[in-house]
Design a protein around this ligand. Structure first.
Ligand code: FAD
Length: 516
């Protein structure tokens, strides 16, 4: 059974149900469910699984209203429940609609919207906003009214699903209410001076209102625009609030954030990350030997050769590398490495930040963001740097390997990264697809794609900073050309993404701000 059971894993944004959990989960749930009963030996189910995962990722933010589950009828312990539900063919979709297997992602999403809207009042999922169009007088009454939140009004054709999709996308967020109005409302069209649809109006808390300017009038652009408004953030679960309170003991929770620009990368984050990695994370290892030592050497090679940092920092890394290469030792006490770094700094003024300070990676509380954010940033910078200097690793053990940076990251994360679960997940992704990377450019894109996969998984989880919600990145405001829509579905323009990544993580975009 082993292999086939992995059609869906805990990694995926679907809920994996079994006969033990199905009924209890459904009965105790305040949301509606869309279930796929599949069979892990059915070829069509296997082919359909990427679409189902894409759908589940696409509507993850709707989960208070509707959730996506899977149940494997080929698993012996599920035989009874599949019989009880009369599942004769795979895949079968249940609970809200018995959709046909070859449904396109967009059609299933629209079925979900229809289902939610037509649901009888008594089983209405409590968290779901009303999806009917708003009345003209209700919208006109918003004009000039002060409010505690933004109100976005999407004016569109009756057949359009976009408004309802944006409403559901914003369901887990506070600070904004989304409404939908129809272009058949002549008075509204006239009063707001709307000529073409879709058009969105944004009513600000201060009572002013204006057309929402997005680069493309698509669901993803509107949703992303609203999520990024100042004061709009993800509603916190009570467990996050507890964590926050614990983390903020002694601090005021509304500590002001340092000024930063999210279209820049900060050298302070990169140096703080290196500082933490060398002085804290690795320092928990008394000695390095065998695979650990090799991983460490490769890591130092990659950063010494590719890190686009201050001369003094690069020099320090190069000295460390020379020393590691020249030592014939099989086993190095980590203290010796620390001493070397410290002595070098004292004697020659070679300098790496003395303490951590986060800028682009600062969190709204001390428990959030910081080091893991800087590690992602560092490796994105290194993949981009490797692609722009293909010869940088010449004459090292990593010469001519388009996977050099990714493999080094993989081994570093697996061996040293303090978050064990993260390491396991990353290793799973690496095993699945890293071997398909054949060029330095593909390495840049691979890391971007996998980072987004992690973002989908972590959206709404405990490690998400509500002030910095996990989204598919780069957001449309950073790179409008990266986003397109095909047959109603969001797609990336990967050529544009690559160009953007090279610019964003390129040496010229790294700001020295806050480095003393
Ligand atoms: P991060 O995800 O850390 O991103 C940092 C910055 O990178 C963002 O602010 C943005 O500017 C940019 N960015 C975002 N997405 C992309 C992208 N797709 N491509 C390029 N740049 C991007 N935490 C868990 O709870 N569970 C895990 O399993 C887990 N696995 C991890 C695996 C690895 C290898 C790493 C390095 C971290 C992992 N983490 C995990 C931590 C988690 O991914 C975040 O780093 C952490 O929650 C901090 O999030 P953040 O908001 O600062 O953004």
């Amino acid at each position: 059974y082993g292999q086939t059971a992995r059609l869906y894993t805990e990694e995926d944004p679907v809920v994996i149900l079994t006969s033990d959990t199905l009924k209890q989960t459904l009965f105790n749930s305040s949301s509606a469910w869309l279930l796929q009963f599949y069979s892990s030996w059915c070829g069509h189910c296997i082919q359909y699984s990427p679409t189902w995962k894409a759908l589940a990722g696409d509507v993850k933010d709707w989960s208070q209203a509707i959730r996506i589950g899977v149940l494997d009828c080929a698993h012996e312990k599920n035989f009874d429940i599949c019989k009880e539900f009369s599942i004769h063919f795979y895949p079968t979709f249940r609970v809200c609609y018995s959709a046909r297997a070859d449904r396109e992602l967009q059609t299933v999403r629209q079925l979900m919207v229809n289902f939610l809207q037509n649901h009888t009042r008594q089983d209405w999922p409590v968290s779901c906003p009303p999806l009917e169009p708003a009345r003209t007088e209700d919208i006109l009454s918003l004009m000039g009214q002060k409010s505690e939140h933004y109100t976005a009004v999407i004016v569109e054709d009756g057949d359009s699903y976009m408004g309802r999709e944006v409403m559901l996308d914003l369901m887990p967020y506070q600070g904004v209410v989304v409404k939908r109005a129809l272009n058949s409302e002549k008075l509204l069209m006239e009063k707001l001076g709307i000529i073409t649809v879709p058009t969105a109006y944004l009513f600000h808390p201060n009572g002013t209102h204006a057309v929402m300017e997005v680069q493309k009038r698509l669901r993803f652009f509107y949703s992303s625009f609203l999520k990024l408004l100042p004061g709009v953030h993800r509603k916190q679960s009570t467990s996050v609030q507890h964590l926050e309170q614990a983390a903020n003991k002694g601090h005021s929770s509304s500590e002001v954030l340092k000024e930063f620009d999210k279209s820049k990368v900060y050298m302070m984050d990169l140096e703080s990350g290196l500082h933490y990695l060398l002085r804290v994370e690795l320092a928990t290892h008394k000695t390095l030997e065998g695979e650990e030592l090799k991983t460490f050497k490769d890591f130092v090679t990659v950063v010494a050769k590719l890190f686009p940092g201050r001369q003094s920092v690069v020099k320090l890394l190069e000295t460390l590398l020379e020393w590691l290469v020249s030592l014939p030792l099989e086993k190095i006490p980590y203290n010796a490495i620390l001493d070397l770094a410290n002595n070098n700094m004292r004697i020659s003024g070679l300098y790496l930040s003395e303490h951590v300070q986060w800028v682009g990676c600062q969190g709204s509380s001390v428990a959030l963001r910081g080091y893991p954010c800087s590690l992602w940033t560092l490796f994105h910078v290194l993949t981009v740097q490797a692609a722009s200097q293909p010869d940088a690793l010449a004459n090292t053990a990593l010469e001519d390997d388009p996977l050099a940076v990714l493999q080094t990251m993989r081994r570093y994360i697996g061996t040293f990264f303090g978050c064990r679960e993260c390491g396991k997940h990353f290793e799973q992704m690496a095993q699945e697809s890293m071997s398909q990377v054949k060029t330095l450019d593909e390495a840049v894109l691979w890391l971007w794609r996998r980072h987004n996969q992690v973002n989908v998984r972590l959206a709404g989880s405990l490690s998400e900073d509500p002030m910095f919600p996990k989204t598919q990145w780069p957001t449309p405001d950073l790179c409008p050309a990266c986003h397109e829509e095909q047959d109603g579905l969001h797609v990336w323009n990967e050529d544009m993404v690559l160009t953007f990544l090279k610019q964003h993580y390129g040496a010229a975009n790294i700001s020295p701000k806050y480095i003393s």
